[in-house]
Write a protein of this length. Structure first.
Length: 352
């Protein structure tokens, strides 16, 4: 066991910069990203997707469709009738709670509240804007303040928990996929047929067909929850570790849907990621390597509140698309994936 005065010795995670990727939409221009991973084939795989983006006029187009961090409070009533009346009152008095949140926090802004009743238990899922922070602690503090106000209203509620798992934090859930948690992003690219054949050694039809057979059907029979993708978690963990994020949030981040179409002009390829939980300020961001990485990515600029975190989320989404595209293309060709892994991993230098 490590005491508070001891320092643990750890192995540094190999990190490489990949790209640049060409982007448009939420981010415009060409940007490199750092990936921290022990899975060395991930770098050239994402790099292939990034190089393809530079051959496409618009590159990877990223749209941020939602921004919110959530915390769900749990209240205990004597009956479902009491819980229901309290839920209606909480929703009706939301403007009061929004004013309370704004007065007690510089950055947190209460957006909405969703209620759920189970027996005599009342769950309230509050969603907040959190500026450039991922916002875990910020929303917990705001929810604590809100909870004390609600308990003072005389609604015949008792305290249950500051977090009732309806959030849902660092767990795979349907609610996060439906309502979003963190930044919700869609990354898409239209790749001309000539580039698909030349660079990916496959066809638009083959990739679109595999996206259905593998990602949709395969994930369905596996019982995946609001997920139909090949390996979002690989790219997200690598970029999370390299930029000082809470790595446990890849649990939510791994949820998402890869969608592809074979069009006359080429391959339409997209990755929809509803739970990108990233921040450019807060815990983990003070380390020199993290600071330098965020600066190099352009995520330390003077922007409106939330602008730097929005940029980081867009870069993460584009990175996911580059890695997902490359892997699916490889899997359309028998033997290519394993041969590539063996070549890259066996040629990597090893320590005695």
């Amino acid at each position: 066991m490590i005491t508070p005065t001891e320092t643990a010795t750890s192995t540094a995670i190999p990190t490489r910069w990949v790209g640049p990727m060409r982007l448009s939409g939420a981010v415009t221009g060409e940007v490199e990203v750092p990936l921290a991973t022990f899975e060395s084939p991930l770098w050239p795989s994402v790099g292939r997707g990034a190089s393809i983006s530079r051959e496409v006029w618009d590159g990877v187009i990223v749209t941020i469709v939602g921004e919110r961090m959530t915390r769900s409070t749990l209240f205990v009533a004597s009956s479902a009738t009491v819980a229901d009346a309290a839920a209606r009152e909480i929703v009706a008095r939301l403007p009061e709670l929004q004013d309370l949140t704004a007065a007690s926090s510089r950055h947190a802004r209460l957006l909405e509240a969703h209620t759920e009743i189970v027996g005599n238990l009342l769950f309230v899922r509050f969603a907040f804007e959190t500026g450039d922070a991922a916002g875990h602690n910020m929303v917990t503090k705001a929810a604590d303040t809100i909870m004390r106000r609600i308990l003072a209203w005389g609604l015949r509620l008792d305290y249950g928990s500051i977090s009732g798992n309806f959030c849902s934090d660092k767990k795979v859930s349907a609610v996060n996929g439906i309502l979003g948690r963190g930044r919700s992003a869609v990354a898409e690219m239209l790749i001309p047929n000539e580039i698909v054949v030349r660079r990916l050694r496959t066809t638009a039809h083959a990739i679109a067909e595999l996206a259905v057979r593998k990602n949709l059907v395969g994930s369905t029979i596996a019982g995946s929850l609001r997920s139909a993708n090949a390996h979002y978690a690989n790219m997200l963990l690598a970029i999370y570790l390299a930029t000082g994020q809470d790595a446990a949030n890849i649990v939510e981040g791994s949820q998402g849907i890869t969608y592809a179409e074979a069009r006359d002009e080429g391959l339409y390829f997209s990755c929809t990621i509803p739970n990108l939980i990233v921040g450019t300020v807060g815990s983990g961001k003070h380390h020199p390597d993290i600071e330098r990485a965020l600066e190099r990515m352009g995520c330390r600029e003077e922007r409106e509140p939330g602008g730097n975190a929005r940029r980081l989320a867009a870069l993460a989404a584009a990175t996911v698309l580059c890695g997902e595209l490359s892997l699916l293309a490889a899997q359309t060709n028998p033997g290519e994936l394993m041969a590539t892994h063996l070549r890259l991993e066996r040629s990597a230098p090893r320590r005695a």
